[in-house]
Design a protein around this ligand. Structure first.
Ligand SMILES: NC(=O)C1=CN([C@@H]2O[C@H](COP(=O)(O)OP(=O)(O)OC[C@H]3O[C@@H](n4cnc5c(N)ncnc54)[C@H](O)[C@@H]3O)[C@@H](O)[C@H]2O)C=CC1
Ligand SMILES: CC1=C(/C=C/C(C)=C/C=C/C(C)=C/C=C/C=C(C)/C=C/C=C(C)/C=C/C=C(\C)C(=O)O)C(C)(C)CCC1
Length: 528
């Protein structure tokens, strides 16, 4: 069946205030707070994705020449799994959480402290072009589950996918959920509206514009941005494996993945064997060359083609794998460039394409210095070394997420938290994190009337004597001195003796049980 995709149509600018106000109005009806209502919307989303699968596949092909394999694995199945996982778990996530000791001191235990999960309200979700369906609808799953209403703004650079998203969303409650299509003008019009949260995935430059605008109304923002992600390879790595896995990371969606490595820091003694391993892996993945492969996506448009080409034109490095390109079809061959300066264009810019650099280093010390210099807070990092070396990389360099011995597998399942750190992103989503991301955690307490006498101490006229008694009962003494050293006082030794050498109550119970059992066996034997 040929998939019908409507021609791209930007939303009229004059219609945007009404769209936002309709979504806000839908939230004020309070129907989104009903769990069944949310579940029905998610089930409808699931079936819309299933029913529009031919259109999604066709749109992704039209926009990015994405293969059916990648479109199925990383967009369609990903989202269907998101819906089903959320449907299985959202009631549990939405339940009030009782707050107990040690967070609630025993003196307040009668006040029924709890956390109530409330929807943030009406949210705006702005998506990028690289995974134009998944990166827009995955946060949307969290917004529905949390009970928010939402307006979605797909990337205009992937117009066919944007129109399919329109079709999908039209299956849901039409006042609670709407799509605005367009580019800068439409996004600016949306930013003139008041939102309860904005979820933005895209470039650092636009993320900054969005955040500045949101700050005017103190609107909270989640940012999923890019980064210059390093891969570390030491002499203890399996080079063939590292080469194949990193090549996969740079060929998925033709490297238009904000998670993939931008540069590889490798021990200088193993550079040549690594380059050989890369070229071997390349031949294995593309036996007839990358251009002939139906699996490799294309660069989204000419502007991005030229942006990536410019990085290659400006490098002082040497191409050691790939290097081919064809402007007529926005094709860029998976390319590795051996560079010798941190200032090289291939080190300084985010490639967001199938090209990356290889930078030889003398030691892991140097690699860590270079990486922290290039970008201190990347979205991800990859380390291929011994256990101790990988641990060192994790300890001495931060990142949104990290994968040891592979390319971005930490972000290859849809249910664990995903997000950046510092300037690669604020906030996280996926699985429970998606629900939490669109929820307000509201602490509630309830003071019974009978407790009035107990609490009389808080009222004026104040009585310092009573306060001193209360403090004696409620304010703990520190177990440390002024130099920061732990002081082992009577309490410590008492708990050590009572706990038979340990400090946990469970451990003490087990040890006492062993003592009693030994005593019982010994006594029985003795008596027999
Ligand atoms: N952390 C993450 O999860 C991801 C981050 N990215 C990052 O996104 C970038 C590539 O995606 P793009 O779509 O090019 O990002 P982009 O920032 O150009 O566009 C993202 C969205 O912002 C809108 N937009 C563009 N310019 C705007 C402006 N001046 N004012 C207001 N709105 C504007 C676009 O219409 C689009 O919907 C890369 O830097 C990549 O690293 C991409 C995917 C995932
Ligand atoms: C299932 C059975 C088995 C086990 C099979 C195994 C272990 C399969 C492993 C498959 C793997 C590793 C699949 C990898 C999938 C990668 C995915 C889905 C990547 C997704 C990437 C995304 C969504 C990228 C997003 C990009 C973003 C956010 C961006 O640009 O910022 C046995 C053991 C074989 C037994 C039989 C059954």
């Amino acid at each position: 069946m040929a998939a019908d995709i409507p021609a791209f149509e930007a939303t009229a600018l004059e219609a945007i205030p009404q769209i936002a106000s309709t979504a806000r109005g839908a939230f004020r009806t309070h129907r989104t707070k009903n769990m069944q209502w949310r579940q029905v919307q998610l089930r409808k989303l699931y079936w819309a994705i299933e029913d529009y699968t031919p259109q999604i596949l066709a749109a992704l092909k039209q926009d990015l020449r994405k293969s059916d394999f990648e479109a199925t694995l990383m967009e369609i199945d990903w989202l269907k799994k998101d819906c089903l996982f959320m449907l299985d778990n959202m009631e549990r996530y939405a339940k009030d959480e009782k707050l107990r000791a040690p967070e609630v001191p025993w003196t307040f235990s009668f006040m029924n402290f709890r956390t109530r999960k409330e929807p943030m309200g009406t949210v705006l979700i702005i998506g990028p072009y690289n995974f134009p369906v998944q990166l827009l609808l995955a946060p949307f799953v969290g917004a529905i589950a949390a009970g928010c209403t939402a307006v979605l703004k797909p990337s205009e650079l992937t117009p066919a996918s944007a129109m399919v998203v329109n079709l999908i969303i039209s299956r849901l409650d039409p006042t609670a959920f709407q799509v605005v299509n367009g580019g800068i003008a439409e996004t600016n019009a949306l930013m003139e509206e008041k939102w309860d949260k904005i979820f933005f995935t895209g470039s650092t430059t636009v993320g900054t514009i969005i955040t500045k605008k949101a700050a005017e109304t103190l609107t909270p923002v989640v940012l999923e941005l890019g980064g210059r992600n390093p891969a570390f390879i030491t002499k203890n790595a399996n080079l063939a494996l590292a080469a194949r896995r990193l090549l996969w990371g740079k060929t998925v969606n033709s490297g238009q993945v904000c998670l993939s490595q931008n540069y590889v820091l490798i021990d200088k003694d193993i550079v040549q064997p690594f380059i050989e391993a890369l070229n071997k892996a390349y031949k294995g993945m593309f036996p007839n060359g990358a251009k002939a492969s139906p699996d490799l996506a294309r660069i989204v448009n000419q502007r991005h083609f030229h942006r990536i080409k410019k990085m290659l034109d400006e490098t002082d490095g040497k191409i050691v794998m790939g290097g081919g390109m064809d402007e007529s079809e926005n094709f860029i061959e998976p390319t590795a460039v051996l560079v010798s300066s941190v200032k090289d264009s291939m080190m300084q810019e985010e490639s967001f394409g199938p090209i990356f650099s290889i930078y030889p280093v003398n030691s892991l010390d140097e690699a860590l210095n270079v990486a922290n210099l290039v970008h201190r807070t990347p979205l991800s990092l990859f380390s291929f070394g011994s256990k101790a070396e990988n641990q060192r990389v994790l300890n001495e360099m931060t990142s949104g997420g990290a994968t040891l011995n592979d390319a971005f597998s930490h972000a290859s399942i849809n249910t664990v938290p995903f997000g950046g750190v510092g300037d690669s992103g604020w906030g996280a989503y996926h699985g429970k994190a998606s629900f939490d991301c669109f929820s307000h955690f509201r602490t509630i307490s309830e003071t019974p009337a009978w407790a009035e006498k107990l609490m009389a101490v808080r009222y004026m006229p104040f009585d310092m004597g009573k306060l001193r008694i209360m403090s004696k009962l409620t304010v703990k003494k520190p177990n440390f001195d002024r130099s920061g050293k732990v002081v082992k006082g009577v309490g410590y030794w008492a708990s050590l003796v009572c706990g038979l050498g340990g400090k946990s109550a469970k451990g003490a119970f087990v040890r006492w049980a062993v003592v009693f059992l030994a005593h019982y066996i010994y006594t029985n034997r003795y008596q027999n």
